[in-house]
Design a binder for this molecule. Structure first.
Ligand SMILES: Nc1ncnc2c1ncn2[C@@H]1O[C@H](COP(=O)(O)OP(=O)(O)OP(=O)(O)O)[C@@H](O)[C@H]1O
Ligand SMILES: [Mg+2]
Length: 637
């Protein structure tokens, strides 16, 4: 700063001359030694002024004290503010008394208008360092002194004040001014550092506040991948004591190759990691790492890593995907002994951990039972994840169930993904339409059931999973087992607690209660006038075979609610069922013809050998006898 150069002697002479001119214009008396009217602050005002410029005052006074020690008290040191008020004087008692005689004491104002040309006045008026000898002082009060003053500025170049060394006239030396300039600079530097560090500490505090306000784990890493900062949530997840300075590669046990990550630009999104601090058990987490770039150069100066425990994500996913059971046993309507028995079994199943196999025709309520078992079990607060084995493409089923490892097949999102079994951890997996599971998957599922561990596609290391399995099928699984379409060992493994839900036509006493139940439920939402089924209508409902079971009944009631606009549902409203019934009867006849033909062919092919025919068809001998009799294929049986 040019403001801090020792002025050229000629320039200084000129400045002093001009200052004298100004002093004369201000009407200052050159013979004055003490001006009784000189502006002065009360001690109270002085204290208030010092308080307003506390930092400047403290820093400057300390600096002057240091100078005082260095010069072993040869000078009196004066600190004045930008208006010329003397804030502080450092002097031995003798010097202090000498200065006091000319009003040079704390609280007096020493501007050019007050005292004419002095070092304080001129350094402030012209914002330059000045040295004033006794002859250059405008008034007589300067006699006997040589003063060196250097102004002090803040980082906005605002004048803060001036620091002055006052000595006896014979002590005059140009170095004294140099010393004061250095002191002024030292004060400015310290003020700058303090304001920077205040700024930094504010930034630091706000950064900490931001870090802590986020309820995910957050770690700030330096360029080498060492932990610089970690928020409380992150510490809690990692159960880590002091992780500062630890390399991320020590914390992320698997799934992170720092070199590779850097090569990719230091960024990865939703990568699955296993994080562990010290010797604690690794926590499965999903993490996103992003580089922090220096704004000026764009260079990477560190990284931010956000992470969430998988358990939390799992919960979130399950909440979003609606992976929870809603039905209870009370939602299963039915008075028939068949449905009551199934409900009793379901309650037993809820209290056990064994695998349940629910069988029943389509629409009988298998999923309803599966959910009810879950909601009555101690896993009720955990996920209920349903998978329809028939609906998922064969080649995706394994990864859907068991997850996959990073980069295990094309199209896979970078980074691994947990499968449904892992997502259901602690809860229940409902394997619907298990009868349609391909053979190779059956083998894999069996292994999972036996070991309690899943292995992701593309990985070798199995993960333990704690899930309860409920399977369901509407296919005759025993028959497909006999034909070799379903593994026997898996069947026995699943069939620990079998629950057979009877078809609706096998429990006609449930038809009306279910019909009324659906009518009531729909009536409210649709605001329909329909109130009841007439006796004739009930007869029609009872007489119908309900191939689609409860689901069909539910749909029929829904349809009635839309077409009937009177309280009573009569048989005329149910005429459409007749058509359905005859179509169904036709279907049955068609099936019967096909069955007869199949049996006849097999019987013929085996040379009418009962044992061989029953094996070939996959039906028991008594059944074969029954069918042969029914279709009149043999007179001998
Ligand atoms: N006993 C019952 N009480 C009340 N509602 C029932 C009952 N049984 C079935 N339902 C209802 O019938 C519909 C079909 O039930 P669900 O989906 O459980 O059948 P499912 O046996 O799984 O059929 P599918 O084999 O076709 O999948 C559902 O809307 C269900 O709520
Ligand atoms: Mg179902």
């Amino acid at each position: 700063m040019t403001l801090h150069r020792i002025p050229n002697p000629r320039v200084l002479k000129e400045e002093i001359r001009k200052s004298h001119e100004r002093s004369r214009r201000f009407g200052i008396d050159p013979n004055c030694v003490v001006d009784p009217g000189q502006a002065r602050l009360t001690s109270h005002e002085l204290a208030a002024r010092v308080e307003r410029m506390r930092t400047f005052f403290d820093v400057a006074v300390r600096q002057l004290n240091e100078l005082d020690t260095i010069t072993s008290g040869g000078f009196a040191m004066i600190l004045a503010d930008h208006e010329g008020y003397i804030l502080s004087i450092l002097a031995d008692p003798e010097n202090r008394a000498r200065l006091a005689r000319i009003n040079c004491a704390e609280g007096f104002r020493w501007s050019e208008r007050d005292v004419g040309t002095t070092s304080i006045a001129l350094s402030l008026a012209r914002r330059i360092p000045v040295q004033i000898t006794e002859n250059e002082s405008f008034c007589r009060r300067g006699r006997g002194f040589t003063n060196s003053a250097a102004p002090v500025f803040d980082d906005q170049e605002q004048l803060l004040g001036t620091v002055v060394a006052t000595g006896r006239a014979e002590q005059v030396h140009p170095h004294t001014l140099g010393m004061m300039i250095t002191a002024a600079r030292a004060i400015e530097n310290e003020l700058r550092i303090r304001s920077k560090s205040r700024e930094l500490s504010l930034q630091n505090r706000s950064m900490k506040a931001v870090l802590e306000s986020i309820d995910r784990g957050l770690i700030v890493l330096d360029r080498e991948g060492r932990v610089v900062e970690i928020n409380d949530h992150g510490k809690a997840v990692l159960k880590g004591r002091d992780l500062i300075g630890t390399s991320i590669q020590k914390i992320a046990r698997r799934g992170i190759d720092w070199e590779a990550l850097l090569a990719e630009g230091g960024e990865c999104v939703d990568r699955e990691l296993f994080l562990a601090a010290n010797r604690s058990a690794p926590v499965q987490a999903m993490a996103t790492i992003r580089p922090i770039r220096a704004s000026a150069t764009g260079d990477v100066s560190g990284f931010v890593m956000e992470f969430d425990e998988i358990d939390r994500i799992r919960k979130l996913v399950n909440e979003l995907a609606g992976s929870h059971a809603v039905f209870t046993l009370e939602d299963i309507i039915g008075v028939s002994p068949g449905i009551q028995a199934a409900k009793r079994l379901a309650l037993k199943a809820a209290r056990s951990h064994s695998t349940v196999l629910i069988t029943g025709e389509t629409g009988t309520g298998k999923e309803l039972f599966a959910q009810a078992i879950h909601t009555h079990s101690e896993r009720k607060r955990m996920p209920f994840v349903a998978i329809n084995c028939a609906a998922i493409p064969r080649e995706l089923l394994e990864s859907e169930l068991f997850g996959y490892a990073e980069g295990s097949f094309t199209g896979a999102v970078r980074g691994g993904r947990p499968g449904k079994f892992e997502l259901a951890s602690g809860g229940t997996v409902f394997l619907d339409e298990i009868g349609d599971m391909p053979m190779d998957m059956q083998a894999k599922l069996l292994r999972v059931l036996q070991s309690g561990e899943v292995t992701r596609v593309g990985e070798h290391k199995p993960h333990p999973v704690d899930v309860r399995i409920i399977a369901a099928t509407n296919a005759d699984i025993r028959q497909s087992m006999r034909r070799g379409g379903f593994r026997q060992d898996l069947f026995y493994r699943l069939n620990v607690l079998p629950i057979a839900v009877p078809a609706l036509r096998e429990r006609p006493e449930d038809i009306l209660p279910l019909g009324v139940h659906f009518l009531e439920r729909r009536r409210r939402t649709l605001n329909s006038p329909v109130r009841r089924f007439t006796r004739e209508a009930r007869a029609v409902l009872h007489g119908y075979a309900w191939p689609g079971n409860v689901r069909e009944l539910e749909n029929v009631v829904e349809r009635l609610m839309n077409i009937v606009d009177e309280p009573d549902v009569g048989p005329e409203h149910l005429a459409f069922l007749e058509g359905k019934a005859s179509a169904a009867a036709e279907g049955t006849a068609l099936l019967a013809r096909a069955e007869r033909q199949t049996i006849a062919d097999a019987f013929h092919a085996t040379g009418r050998n009962i044992a061989q025919t029953s094996r070939l068809l996959g039906i028991s001998r008594p059944t074969l006898y029954k069918k042969l009799r029914k279709y009149r294929l043999s007179d001998r049986v």
